[in-house]
Design a protein around this ligand. Sequence first.
Ligand code: ADP
Ligand code: F6P
Length: 484
Amino acid sequence: MSVDPGPADATYDLVVVANRLPVDRVVEDDGSVSWRRSPGGLVTAVEPVMQKYDGAWVGWTGGPDSDEAPPDESGMRLVPVALSAQEIEEFYEGFSNGTLWPLYHDVVAKPEFHREWWDAYVTVNRRFAEKVASLAAENAMVWVHDYQLQLVPGMLRELRADLRIGFFLHIPFPPAELFAQLPWRRQILEGLLGADLVGFQRPGGAQNFVRLVRQRVGHKTHRDLVYLPDGRVVEAAAFPISIDFPGLAELSRSEEVAARAKEIREQLGNPRHVLLGVDRLDYTKGIFSRLRAFAELLAEGQIDVEEAVFLQVATPSRERVDEYRRLRDEIDRLVGHINGDYGRIGRPAISYLHASYPRDEMAAMFRAADIAVVTPLRDGMNLVAKEYVACRQQDDGALVLSEFAGAADELKQAFLVNPYDINGMKSTLLEAMHAQPRDLARRMKAMRKTVKEHDVVAWAADFMGRLSEVRPSHHKRVHPVEDD
Ligand code: ADP
Ligand code: F6P
C-alpha cells in the first residue's frame, strides 16, 4: 500500500479487469470491515506482477451490494464493481460456476443451463465493460481475465474502439464437442473476439478456440490467427501462467519458515513420509480419489500410519453452490472413515484442515512435505505444483502430478499420474515414497530450473509484450489460406 494512484476521476494506461479484486471485503463479528486476500490462482499470479505497474484493477469485492473501494495496492487503484445478491446467485454461483466451470473442466460435474443465469451474465459483463471504458485512457491497454468475463472484450470494443484489449483464460478451454453444448456458444466466441490477443494456458486451448470460431462463427482462420470481416486480426496463443518464484523461494528459505516446517513435522509425529494436498475445495481437484488411493494403501498394509501421514489442506470455496456443498460432505465423511479405520491414538492417517492460511504457513507446509500430491481431474495450470517446487531448496521432495493439469506440460520430471486410475495412483505414490534421493534430486533440479525461468513476471511480460505488438487494423478484407 503506497504510491498515490491519482485522483478519483483519473484515467489509466493499463486497466486489469477480473471478477475479483485481489482483496475481499470481510465483515468481522463486531461489524467492522477488513480486507483479506482473495482466494485462488488468479490473484496469486496476477497480484504480485500488477503491483509493479501503475494502473487500475477493476473487480468485485466478494459480497453483495458493495461499491466500497479497498485501499489501493502499490501504484494500482482498486476499483470495485457492485453485484446484487441476486446477481451473485445467478452470475457468479450460477452461470460462472454452475454452467461454465463444469463445462470447461471436462464436464466432471453436470453443467446446468438456465436462461436467467445467462441474462445475469450479460448484465454483469456489461457493467464491468462500462466501468473499464470509463477508466481507460485513450489507446490504453486493457487486460481482461478469466471465464467470468468472456463477453467483456466484445462489449468494450463496441464502447472503445481505440483500446488494445487482451484476454487471458485461467481455466481450460474445452474441446469443440463439449463447448458445443452451450446454448450461448456463439455469443461467448464473439465476446472473446473483441480482444486483439486471446491467451490460454495450453496450446490445445488456443487450437480449440480457433477451430470453434471457424466452425461456429464462420470467420477465416490461419494457424493461430482469426481474420474478422472488419479487417481486425485476432491472435490466439498459449501463455502458461506461473508463480512469483524468487519471492516464494526467498520466503521458504527464511529461518522462521524452516523452524515452522520442522514444527509441523513434529506435530504430525515425525513420520517418514509426509504427503501434502493443498487445494480449493473443488470437485475438479481430485481430492476424493487421492485420499482413496492413500486409504487403500493403508488397508492393504503397504504403508502404515506410523510411517506415513497425509496432510490435506482445503480452502473453503463457492460454498453456496450445491456441488461444492456435496463435495465438502463427501470429503468430511471419507476423512472420518479413513481416520476411524486406520488411525491410532494421536496418529490420524489424514490431518484435514478446512481453512485458508497465510503465505508463510503455506511455504512451511511445502517445506515440511516429502511428497506433494496434486491430482486434479482437470486444471488450467495448478499453481500449487509450481509452489511446491519453488519451496524445495535442497532439490529434495517428490511431486506427484496429474497429467490433466496444465502444469504437466512443463513439469515433465514429476511423477505423473492419471487421477482416474486408482491403482496407478497407488503404485505411483509408493514409487515416490521409495525413490532414491539421487532420482528425486535430478527431477527436482530440472523442475526448479523450469519454474525459475518461466516465472510469473516472464508470463506477464510475454503476454503484454505480445499485446503491445498486435498489428493495427488494416481496414481491408483479407483472404488467408484457410485451415482444413
Ligand atoms: P485455483 O486457481 O483453481 O484455486 P491453483 O492451484 O492454480 O488453483 O491456485 C490456488 C492458489 O491458492 C495457490 O496459490 C495456493 O497456494 C492457494 N491456496 C490453496 N489452498 C490454500 C489454503 N488453504 N490457504 C492458503 N492458500 C491456499
Ligand atoms: O482460475 C481459477 C479461479 O476460478 C479464478 O478465476 C478465481 O479467482 C479463483 O479460481 C477462485 O475462485 P472464486 O473467485 O470463485 O472464489
